[in-house]
Design a binder for this molecule. Structure first.
Ligand SMILES: Nc1nc2c(ncn2[C@@H]2O[C@H](COP(=O)(O)OP(=O)(O)OP(=O)(O)O)[C@@H](O)[C@H]2O)c(=O)[nH]1
Ligand SMILES: [Mg+2]
Length: 155
């Protein structure tokens, strides 16, 4: 039996063959490549939009000095307000919730000089923020609250 004549494209590498088909403007090859490209772009977009930001399990208690943050933390963790002093470092504890995963609750000191660095330490693991305002000192603290809330929003 006579050996079959190799076709023009046989014996060439895949990429070389594809390039030659593209040079020859083969509609089938162009169609397959466009479909592959569309599929790839769709996969990338689905990956980007479905990627959820991973939140930690931290709740940060923030607010100005003497707003009542440590008092609130004591109330949440121990069920009673604790005797407090101006916090110079964070206080934290694990809050157990019915039927939910426990959350790590952190009281960030209100002192302007230390709060930002402590905030940096915990912001990455934060799921939510409780901002405490002392209703008896709103007018006194309003500027500080405004500044701190801006820091939190743009953090
Ligand atoms: N009566 C009353 N006193 C409160 C309340 N919350 C806080 N205090 C008092 O206010 C003072 C300051 O409270 P803290 O909880 O220490 O304030 P903080 O926000 O932790 O302040 P820093 O640690 O300085 O940022 C304490 O003497 C508390 O007993 C409240 O709801 N009612
Ligand atoms: Mg405190």
């Amino acid at each position: 039996m006579a050996a079959r004549e190799p076709t023009k494209m046989e014996g060439k590498g895949f990429f070389e063959e594809t390039r030659e088909r593209l040079d020859a403007r083969d509609p089938q090859t162009i169609g397959i490549l466009v479909a592959l490209l569309v599929g790839l772009v769709t996969l990338i977009l689905v990956f980007i939009f479905s990627r959820k930001r991973k939140f930690g399990r931290g709740i940060l208690i923030c607010g100005s000095c003497d707003a009542g943050k440590t008092t609130l933390l004591g109330q949440l963790l121990k069920g009673k307000p604790l005797e407090t002093y101006t916090s110079m470092k964070e206080n934290s504890g694990v809050l157990l919730l019915d039927g939910k995963k426990p959350v790590n609750i952190v009281d960030i000191p209100g002192h302007e000089r230390i709060r930002d660095q402590i905030l940096n330490k915990y912001s990455g693991s934060a799921r939510g923020i409780i901002y405490v305002v002392d209703s008896a000192a709103v007018s006194k603290q309003i500027r500080n609250d405004e500044k701190f809330i801006k820091v939190l929003l743009f953090h």
